[in-house]
Design a protein around this ligand. Structure first.
Ligand code: BYC
Length: 328
């Protein structure tokens, strides 16, 4: 009888099917082509994708909260309609992404459970409060702006359903960024108090937006492997520097400033440089100790419970339709 160790060793020898699968996978990645749901893929690749795509989905869903709080406080009907559309877009992004993650074999209920029990991460940025109307501008310009810089390369991610979902998401994010910029532009050209409100929002969101790209490259455990698999195309620092270069130009149009006197273009490296970020603060937020973590999670759990009847009704309807189809 095989001992446990023997059984593990036997299991460690890849089957012919796995070897052929691995060879196919390696070729597709080397050709910079796409892996589809029915293709063989290494378990670690599948796991990384479920992790990243589901965290991204959770971020979209939790990310609805800071802006949703301002729908009733928008300064005009037009602003209210635009903000409602934006928040709905974020819900849509969450749904495309949960669908993409499900194609990897993890059911949505399990992903929800991971979020609701605090086992899954979501973007650090959404644990900061939105205090004034100008924050709607700063979120659109800086948060959606950072999201675009991070996500445009993900349109070329090697996993087909993820890359395809990102194409539509990025189109909508560019509208979001422009609406945020426009809110700030109007405030910046308003009264001195309005201009100050816009500056204050930028001051508060600048560093947290830069942290959205993740830890510095030398502290990023997943980047190298994700880049080898063509999931990520650029490192966290490369994208962060690109973002700084972009916003330091745009802020001039606003007639406002970024709260960082270390921003400069390094001619030698061809990269933008910026001041040190407070990584202690970042890890505190990741551990659930940011300014709004508890509030965001409480609100999410409440919304999930309140939506139970919708899920039940949808399941009952689906079961009824399936039964009808069987009878027919
Ligand atoms: N916040 O090895 P690393 C939006 C985690 S939604 C929290 O560099 P990776 C919007 C990371 O997950 C925007 N956690 O990781 C919505 C990892 O932990 P685990 C959301 C972070 O995966 C509504 C650990 O730290 N965008 O735009 O190679 C309204 C080490 O990091 C963060 C996406 O999700 C963070 N900021 O790279 C408005 C984009 N950074 O999993 C706007 C897709 C890092 O090992 N995701 N961590 O326990 C990605 O591109 C990558 O997952 C990341 C991290 C760049 C975020």
């Amino acid at each position: 009888m095989a001992t446990q160790t023997d059984a593990r060793e036997l299991h460690a020898v890849p089957s012919e099917e796995d070897q052929a699968g691995q060879a196919y996978f390696d070729r597709i990645i080397a050709e910079d082509s796409r892996i589809e749901p029915s293709d063989w893929m290494p378990e670690a690749y599948r796991k990384t994708l479920v992790r990243q795509i589901s965290q991204h989905a959770h971020s979209e869903i939790i990310g609805m909260q800071p802006e949703a709080n301002f729908i009733t406080r928008a300064p005009s009907l037009k602003r209210k309609a635009i903000l409602m559309a934006k928040v709905q877009d974020e819900a849509g992004h969450g749904l495309y992404l949960y669908s993409a993650a499900e194609t990897l074999g993890t059911p949505r209920e399990e992903l929800f459970d991971q979020l609701l029990t605090g086992r899954a991460k979501y973007s650090s940025i959404f644990n900061y409060p939105a205090l004034t109307w100008a924050d709607m501008g700063a979120i659109g310009w800086l948060v959606d702006g950072a999201a675009i810089v991070n996500q445009v390369p993900l349109c070329r991610a090697s996993y087909g359903p993820y890359g395809r979902a990102m194409v539509r998401i990025c189109k909508e994010e560019s509208f979001h960024q422009r609406q945020g910029f426009e809110i700030l532009l109007e405030l910046a050209n308003g009264t001195p108090a309005q201009k100050q409100m816009a500056q204050d929002a930028i001051n508060r969101f600048y560093a947290p937006a830069l942290m959205m790209f993740g830890p510095n490259d030398d502290a990023s455990p997943n980047s190298q492997q994700s880049m080898r698999w063509n999931i990520k195309r650029f490192s966290n620092d490369e994208l962060r520097q690109r973002f700084v270069g972009m916003i330091q130009e745009q802020v001039k149009v606003l007639g406002l400033t970024l709260p960082d006197d270390k921003i400069r273009f390094n001619e030698e490296t061809g990269q933008w440089e910026h001041g040190e970020l407070d990584w202690n603060e970042f890890y505190e937020v990741l551990k659930g100790r940011g300014p709004c973590n508890a509030q965001r999670m409480e609100r999410r759990r409440e919304a999930h419970e309140n939506g139970a009847w919708v899920r039940e009704a949808a399941s009952a309807y689906a079961a009824k339709q399936a039964q009808k189809a069987q009878v027919a």
